[in-house]
Ligand binder design. Structure first.
Ligand code: ADP
Ligand code: MN
Ligand code: MN
Ligand code: MN
Length: 346
């Protein structure tokens, strides 16, 4: 069988990596993960290598139907390796694979809320040419042309994600005009992260056809406008199951506040986090760790149903929209699962 495989990878751009992709025509092959060939690229054009030793390797890690091209074509998410097959420094997936294997018995799962903003030229979609739209208040989950900007793109993106078989669990319009959210999960750490990266690629690719740009900028408009985050919902089997689920939830929340943990996490939760976590706009200040039930001003929120049921999950509200899910899920598994193991709550 002959088909097109879009090989997608994460580059070395700092402080926030970008997605790259190119097409491989596979003749006489099968689009199964184990059968898709390794490929390569010029790392000197992606901030991943110097010109004199620029060859890097793409190894497929996740494959799904390509909803844009259709037919037998596929999207192939890859990790980046050196030619000796060791992980390139920009490959943050490799470290997550190690940590998630170490704690697999605790069955950690994540649901990630990806917020983003559409831009037309230099303005968010829906912002007038001169000045600003009406202040925030009516846009979140709104309806109607005065409040909603970009819905056809959002619907097309959702449809593409579902056709690709991604575990999308919902979408909504956000607090600032032109700002939206989709959620991926709940899924295991590697699955949720791989699928979030592919869903991001599909967002940019879908928006391309509508002539708009999507950005994960955590603070696209300065001033009294909400930033864009990636709330990361997390649970282990012990947290999801009663009767001691709530004790496990408290153990996890406490572990995130210990010693240097708050800063270790926040400084790896996306570039520019101090601009978004100001203490205003439903955030906690970046340098103060707090947790609480139903508290959207806390770093970590325990949803009210979770307190009522005595089991469930926690929401880390700190990650920026531009965070790397391989890094954020690794830190959460590492910190919380280690503490749960020590406390015997596994
Ligand atoms: P919010 O009220 O914060 O906007 P959302 O509905 O946008 O919440 O997102 C909640 C997320 O939590 C979803 O992605 C969902 O899949 C995820 N979730 C639900 N249950 C669990 C669980 N037990 N563990 C981890 N994530 C979960
Ligand atoms: Mn949400
Ligand atoms: Mn949101
Ligand atoms: Mn949330």
């Amino acid at each position: 069988m002959t088909f097109k495989a879009e090989y997608i990878w994460i580059d070395g751009t700092a402080p926030t990596a970008k997605l790259r992709s190119k097409t491989k025509i596979i003749t006489d092959g099968t689009p199964a993960l184990g059968e898709l060939p390794l490929w390569g690229f010029d790392g000197s054009s992606t901030n991943q290598a110097e010109g004199h030793a620029s060859d890097l390797v793409l190894r497929p890690v996740f494959v799904c139907p390509d909803p844009v091209r259709g037919g037998d074509d596929v999207l192939v998410l890859c990790e980046v390796l050196h030619t000796d097959m060791t992980p390139h420094p920009s490959n943050t997936r490799a470290a997550l694979a190690e940590v998630s294997a170490r704690y697999a018995a605790q069955e950690p799962v994540f649901g990630i809320e990806q917020e983003y903003t559409f831009f037309e030229g230099t303005r968010p979609l829906g912002f007038p040419v001169n000045g600003f739209p009406a202040p925030q208040g009516g846009y979140y989950c709104g309806v109607g042309v005065d409040e909603i900007h970009g819905r056809p793109v959002v619907e097309a993106h959702l449809e593409n994600c579902l056709k690709a078989g991604l575990g999308i669990s919902g979408i909504n319009a956000e607090v600032m005009p032109g700002q939206w959210e989709f959620q991926v999960g709940p899924l295991a750490p590697l699955e949720v992260s791989d699928q979030l990266w592919v869903a991001r690629w599909l967002l940019y690719r879908t928006a391309e056809d509508f002539g708009v740009a999507a950005t994960l900028d955590p603070k696209p408009v300065k001033g009294d406008w909400n930033g864009a985050g990636a709330h990361t919902n997390f649970s282990t089997r012990a947290m999801r199951e009663g009767p001691e689920g709530y004790d496990a939830i408290v153990t996890a929340c406490e572990s995130l506040g210990e010693g240097s943990k708050p800063l270790d996490h926040v400084k790896n939760y996306g570039a520019g986090i101090d601009e978004r976590l100001t203490g205003l706009h439903e955030t906690a200040p970046w340098d103060e760790y707090t947790y609480g039930v139903s508290d959207r001003g806390a770093s970590v929120r325990i949803p009210w149903q979770v307190e009522r049921d005595g089991k469930g999950y926690i929401e880390d509200r700190r990650p920026n929209a531009n965070m790397d899910p391989y890094v954020v899920t690794r830190l959460l598994v590492d910190t919380c699962c280690e503490a749960l193991e020590k406390a015997g709550r596994v």
